[in-house]
Design a protein around this ligand. Sequence first.
Ligand code: RIB
Ligand code: NA
Length: 309
Amino acid sequence: KMTRVVVVGSCMTDLTSYTPHLPNPGETICGHRFSVCFGGKGANQCVVATRLGANTAMVAMVGDDSFGQNYLQNFRDNGVDIAHVGVTEKAATGVAQIAVDDSGENCIIIIAGANLKLTPRDVERAEEVIKGSDVMVCQGEISMEATLAALKLARKHGVKTLMNAAPAVPNLHPDIIKHSDIFCVNENEAEVMTKRKVKTVQDALEAGKLLLDQGCGSAVITLGKDGAVFCQKGHQDIHVSAEAVTPVDTTGAGDAFVGALAYFLAYHPGLTMEEMMHRCSKVASVSVQAPGTQTSYPTRSNLPPTLFA
Ligand code: RIB
Ligand code: NA
C-alpha cells in the first residue's frame, strides 16, 4: 500500500467536558459528561482522509506513556501507517483540555508536550514517504522548524502542500506560507494572520487576498456555518456555503474539512476546487452533528456515494 496522503503533525489526547455554558474566569460550573478521546489536529486530519479511503501515513511524536501507547493503537485501528510515529521519553503525550457548551461551541487549552519533540531530523527520516505522496498536510501544533523542514522536503519532491495554520500564531515563520500550495485557516486565524476583522464572506475574500500577498499558492478560509472561501491569483474567487445543521460539537470540524481536502486533492484531482470544497464542507457538517472529533468523523460508507464520484 503506497501512501498518498502524509500528515506531519500532532497527536493529542482530548479530555473533553460537556457543560451548559463555557466557564467564566473564577467560575466553577457543573458539566454533564466527560470523555477521553483521540484528537490533535494532525491526527484528526489524517484519520478523516483515511476514513474517506486514502492510504495515509503519519509523521508525529507521542510520549512514552499510556496516552502515547493508546494513540499508537488508535492509528493501527484506523489503518494509518505509523512507521514514522516516534515515542519520546522527553515529554508526555500531548493533551487538549476541551470544554463544549450546549450550543456546540468550544474552547480548548492544549499542552503540546511530545509534539514539540518532533525534530526536523525526525521529519527528514520520513523523506521517502513524503516523496512518494501526492499531498502532505501540516498544522501549527508541532514546532515551526519541523513544519518548515516538512514543507521544504515536499517542495523538493513536487508534493502538494496543504498547510493548516491552526491554532493561530501571530509570528508564523514567513517561509511557512511561502511553501504552502494551499494555506488554510479559519476566520480567527485569518484575523491573526492579516491583522483585520474577518466576520463576513467579503472580509474573508479580502483576507484571502492578503494571504496570497504573503506568498501562498492559494488560500482557503473556513467560516463555520457560513461555509468557506477560496482565493488564488488568476482564478475566480469561490464561496461555498455550509449545510444548515444543528451542531452538537464543532470541535475538529476544521480538521474534517482539511483532511477531506487532502483526500480529494490526492484521489480526485480532476474535480474543480469549488466541487472539492462542497464535498469537504459536507464531511465537516456531518462531523459537527456528533460529539468529539475522530469519534464524529464519518467513513466512506456513511456518506452519500455521490461524494466519491
Ligand atoms: O482541531 C481540534 C483539535 O484541536 C482537538 O482534537 C484538540 O486536540 C486540539 O488540538
Ligand atoms: Na464533532
